[in-house]
Design a protein around this ligand. Structure first.
Ligand SMILES: [Zn+2]
Length: 249
């Protein structure tokens, strides 16, 4: 697969003529590592944002066995979402680390899209790398690709007919899929108003962060988010920004 070339072209502002967004990612913390500043700006503007997590991230902490880790990370995810104004967080129950791209995952995500009827769908980088040679993880690739595909599946009555039998009528109203963490972003959201809440939302993943780094968690999250939003801001008028690769439909 050919990776996109990194350019320095300015990022366009994200579309704002929508009311409902659904963010679909593999793990707890995927949205807090950079994206939640944009979510805070959206919920501030009165928009509805819902999170769907393919797994509970139960394989994410070396010192904690999955049976104990899953419920803990679910709690941390719900708390992190609440900080940026997201009250609904759903877990699809796929197994962390071995999430498989395929019809079962597409079906679960299409069902979530039909339940919530978003105009904007957000996901995390579905490409092989984070840009350059920094390898992505298989769960992100699987969930990102399946989400891009499920935006269309949700509108088709015949691909997953059992969803209609369950009362989930087709929803063909997804207008864009915005991919966060892409090495080839096209659009951005000003992160300034949401940056402090983004830091606090990431800090809610405290058990995970304490297992990940010896650095003080407060300075770890602030350093990470400043670097992440600052890099995107270089292509967005110098303001801290959350960048997305936007796929229209
Ligand atoms: Zn992840």
């Amino acid at each position: 697969m050919t990776e996109p070339q990194i350019t320095s072209a300015p990022l366009a502002p994200m579309p704002e003529d929508w009311q409902r967004a659904l963010a679909v990612v593999a793990h707890p913390d995927d949205l807090e590592y950079g994206c939640s500043a944009a979510v805070a700006a959206w919920t501030d503007a009165g928009r509805d944002v819902t999170y769907v997590l393919a797994s509970r991230g139960e394989a994410g902490i070396d010192t904690l066995e999955p049976a104990a880790c899953g419920p803990l990370r679910e709690r941390e995810q719900r708390a992190g979402a609440a900080v940026v104004g997201v009250g609904t967080v759903e877990f699809l129950g796929h197994r962390d680390g071995v999430i498989e791209y395929g019809p079962a995952l597409r079906r679960d995500i299409a069902a979530a899209i039909r339940r919530h009827r978003p105009e904007l769908v957000v996901t995390l980088n579905h490409r092989d790398t984070w840009g350059g040679t920094v390898w992505n993880t298989p769960d992100h690739v699987a969930v990102g690709r399946a989400t891009l595909d499920a935006a269309a599946d949700a509108g088709n009555r015949w691909i997953f007919p059992d969803l209609v039998e369950q009362g989930l009528e087709p929803w063909n109203g997804v207008r864009w899929v915005a991919v966060a963490g892409s090495g080839n972003p096209t659009h951005a959201v000003d992160a300034t108003p949401g940056l402090e809440r983004a830091a606090r939302s990431l800090l809610e993943h405290r058990t995970y962060i304490e297992a990940l780094t010896d650095q003080d968690p407060e300075s770890y999250v602030r350093d990470f988010l400043a670097a992440h939003t600052g890099a995107a801001g270089e292509r967005f008028g110098g303001r801290p920004a959350v960048a997305f690769e936007l796929f229209g439909r």
